[in-house]
Design a binder for this molecule. Structure first.
Ligand SMILES: Cc1ncc(COP(=O)(O)O)c(C=O)c1O
Length: 405
């Protein structure tokens, strides 16, 4: 239908693209398709009862406050809880360093809003999280890509990219979305050293760091940057750190947090005021109520047990069923693994055949901002029950075998 709005769209809307992943979510709604496509947690372990009880407690004890407008920075006890959590990892921050957002996705958007001018170049891993590209395309960002391998971003290729003058780097150090890989300590150290040498700040996006199935927690880039400056554990500020309740509690509550200097927080606050005034007071107080008194730690252990089993089953089935020439990552945590098909294969074409065989995945090319990755795919293991993983991987292997590649 034609209206008077038709030729009035802002220029920035022309660089907006719909998320390929959101499009794919429609497959997850088809009952007979086994979907490894979305990035969704296992719904059967959402703490529904705990939320129900917390809602009643919150309404009984803080009803009017929970239903009232709140501060843009977020609910103070929740920010204090997050600052204590951050302090456990050796980074001294206070609630003044923390802002609550509507998911990390909003934090990415707000960071784009305050830092990106049209044409600014952002250094990203290739592949990288599609949602960040989607947020920053709106601000007409350009991307300098640095390839990753089984150990994440290849730091030996970083210097050339840093010389191209990026505004900041965007790095996902733990169980990366989409590849599932983790950057080892040595690379992390080199990365913060180079960032310092070239004067380029870092956005560290860490939704999955707490979902480690085995091995030891690795220090965050934020921590290593503080150490580099011999700051006695005080937050130094060159690394803006993001994490979220989406993968450790529930994504539907849309709660995440940013750790940054009070100066950056102040700018983010102004940007957020223009967007939505603040994150839902009710959700924040309920999430605080659910998380406190040790529940969150217990719940994370449960999630880890469930996802570890699913990861193991997916790896086992891939090993048993995949034809020669297909390889995949073996993540030690998180929600995803990444498969590489033989060079001549196109995973977008393969998806059509796979869907006919009633299985779905995300073709990997969407995660490469400057093109490439046509023979790659992301597989999610958190959202399918073990039997479905077994059947789904067999179907996928069949689709690969029967396709042109
Ligand atoms: C790397 C990364 N960043 C941010 C997000 C957004 O998460 P949220 O639900 O907190 O908006 C996701 C979600 O999958 C993600 O994988």
């Amino acid at each position: 239908m034609q209206t008077l709005w038709d030729d009035r769209y802002a220029l920035r809307t022309y660089s907006m693209k719909g998320s390929a992943i959101r499009e794919l979510l429609k497959f997850t709604q088809m009952p007979d398709v086994i979907s490894f496509a979305g990035g969704m947690p296992a719904p059967e372990i959402f703490p529904v009862e705990e939320f129900k009880e917390a809602c009643i407690r919150v309404l009984d004890a803080h009803g009017p406050e929970a239903l009232q407008y709140g501060t843009t920075e977020g609910y103070l006890p929740l920010r204090e809880m997050i600052s204590r959590h951050t302090n456990q990892y050796g980074i001294k921050v206070t609630a003044d360093n923390i802002m609550i957002t509507n998911g990390s996705q909003q934090a990415l958007d707000l960071l784009g809003k305050i830092f990106i001018n049209p044409g600014d170049r952002i250094l990203v891993e290739s592949p990288t999280y599609l949602g960040a590209l989607q947020a920053w395309n709106t601000y007409n960002a350009q991307y300098i890509t640095v390839p990753s391998d089984g150990d994440g971003i290849q730091v030996d290729k970083l210097e050339m990219a840093l010389r191209a003058g990026p505004k900041f780097m965007y790095i996902l150090p733990n169980f990366q979305n989409p590849t599932g890989v983790t950057i080892p300590l040595e690379r992390r150290q080199k990365l913060v050293e180079l960032a310092d040498q070239y004067g380029v700040p870092i956005i560290e996006d860490d939704p999955y760091g707490q979902l480690r199935f085995e091995g030891k927690h690795l220090p965050t880039l934020e921590y290593l940057d503080d150490q580099l400056y011999g700051n006695n554990g005080n937050y130094h500020g060159n690394v803006v750190y993001l994490s979220t309740f989406s993968k450790i509690l529930a994504p539907g509550i849309r709660l995440a947090w940013v750790v940054a200097t009070p100066e950056i927080i102040q700018k983010l606050v102004m940007a957020k005021q223009g967007a939505d005034l603040h994150t839902s007071t009710f959700n924040q107080i309920v999430a605080y109520e659910v998380s406190r008194q040790g529940f969150l730690d217990k719940h994370i252990k449960r999630i880890i047990d469930v996802y570890r089993e699913r990861r193991d089953i997916m790896l086992e089935e891939l090993e048993k069923n995949m034809p020669e020439g297909v390889t995949w990552t073996k993540p030690s945590g998180g929600l995803f693994l990444w498969a590489l098909l033989p060079e001549q294969c196109n995973s977008q074409e393969l998806l059509k055949i796979a869907v006919e065989q009633k299985v779905a995945f995300v073709p990997g090319n969407a995660f490469f901002p400057n093109g490439g990755g046509d023979n790659t795919m992301r597989l999610n293991f958190s959202n399918s029950q073990p039997d479905m993983i077994r059947i789904g991987i067999k179907r996928l292997a069949q689709a690969i075998k029967s396709s042109i590649c």
